[in-house]
Ligand binder design. Structure first.
Ligand code: NAD
Ligand code: APR
Length: 235
C-alpha cells in the first residue's frame, strides 16, 4: 500500500506572494464586510460592488508570483507521483503557476466565471460585470465570479472526503481553521487514525487538534517538509 499525503492550503501559503489573507491583522475581512462581497445575499443586493471587489483581486493576482512553498508542493506532486492530494481554499492560481497540475479548488477560482442562469463555468476573459452576456446562454446579468461564498457548498466534496480518508498524513498549511467544512478535515483525519501536521505562522483555531504543529513562514516550512518526504520516500 503506497503512503499518501493529503494537503490542505489556505490564504497563508499565498501571503508571502503578496496576497492578503482574510483574518490576520489588516486582512481582507478587516477592510471589507464579507457579508457584502462573499455571500449570495451580498451579490443579489449589490452585484456591481461584488464585481469590483473580485475584478480588483483578479488584477492584483497577475502581479503576484508563486513563492517557495507553492514551488515545493509542485515538486512534491512530480516526485511523489500519484500519492499526493492538494486541496486549496484559495481562489488564486499560484499553485498552478508553480507547476502543480492536480489542484482541487474547493472554494472556486478567481480566474473563472460562473453563469447563475445556466451554470456555465469557464475562464474569465477579463473583468466581469452585470452588463456582460454569458457565452453559453447569451443571457445578460447572470455572470458572477466562480467563487464559493459563505453558505454555499464547496466544489468536489465527495472526492475530497474520499481522498482524505485514503491518506496516511493530513497536512494543513496556512489556514486559520475558521471556516467549515475545511476546518473539519483535521477532526475527520484524527477519527480515521490518520496522522496530522499543521504548518502555520502562528497557532490557529484548530492547532490543538493536530498531532504536530510547526510554526514559521510557509516559504521555509514547506520546502523543508517536502525535502524530508523526498529524502525518506515517505510522509
Ligand atoms: P462558517 O460558519 O465556517 O463561517 C466562518 C465565519 O465566516 C463566521 O464565523 C463568520 O465570521 C463568517 N460567516 C459565515 N457565514 C456568513 C454569512 N452568511 N454572513 C456573514 N458572515 C458569515 O462558514 P459558513 O457560513 O458555514 O460557510 C461555509 C460554506 O461557505 C462552506 O461551503 C465554505 O466552503 C463556503 N465558504 C466560501 C468562502 C469563499 O470566500 N470562497 C468563504 C467562506 C466559506
Ligand atoms: N506562512 C504560513 N502561514 C501563514 C503565513 C505565512 N507566511 N501568513 C499567514 N499565515 C496563516 C495565519 O496564521 C492564519 O492562520 O494563514 C492563516 C490565514 O487564515 P485566514 O486569513 O483565515 O485564511 P483561510 O484560513 O484561508 O480562510 C479560510 O475563509 O473567508 C474565507 O474564502 C476565505 O477560503 C477562505 C476561508
Amino acid at each position: 500500500m503506497t503512503a499518501a499525503i493529503f494537503i490542505l492550503t489556505g490564504a497563508g501559503i499565498s501571503a508571502e506572494s503578496g496576497i492578503d489573507t482574510f483574518r490576520d491583522a489588516g486582512g481582507l475581512w478587516s477592510r471589507v464586510r464579507l457579508e457584502d462581497v462573499a455571500t449570495p445575499e451580498g451579490f443579489a443586493r449589490d452585484p456591481d460592488t461584488v464585481h469590483a471587489f473580485y475584478n480588483a483581486r483578479r488584477a492584483s493576482l497577475s502581479a503576484a508570483r508563486p513563492n517557495p512553498a507553492h514551488l515545493a508542493l509542485a515538486r512534491l506532486e512530480a516526485e511523489f507521483a500519484g500519492r499526493l492530494t492538494l486541496v486549496t481554499q484559495n481562489i488564486d492560481d499560484l499553485h498552478e503557476r508553480a507547476g502543480s497540475r492536480d489542484v482541487i479548488h474547493m472554494h472556486g477560482e478567481l480566474a473563472r466565471s460562473l453563469c447563475a442562469r445556466c451554470g456555465d463555468r469557464r475562464a474569465a476573459a477579463g473583468d466581469l460585470s452585470t452588463g456582460l452576456s454569458c457565452a453559453a446562454c447569451s443571457r445578460v446579468g447572470g455572470l458572477r465570479p466562480d467563487v464559493v461564498w459563505f453558505g454555499e457548498m464547496p466544489y468536489r466534496m465527495d472526492e475530497i472526503e474520499a481522498r482524505l480518508l485514503d491518506a496516511d498524513l493530513f497536512v494543513a498549511i496556512g489556514t486559520s481553521g475558521a471556516v467549515y467544512p475545511a476546518a473539519g478535515f483535521v477532526s475527520e483525519a484524527r477519527a480515521a487514525g490518520i496522522r496530522t501536521l499543521e504548518l502555520n505562522l502562528q497557532p490557529s483555531d484548530g492547532s490543538w487538534l493536530f498531532d504536530e504543529t510547526r510554526q514559521g513562514p510557509a516559504s521555509t516550512l514547506v520546502p523543508a517538509f517536502v525535502e524530508a518526504v523526498l529524502a525518506t520516500g515517505r510522509p
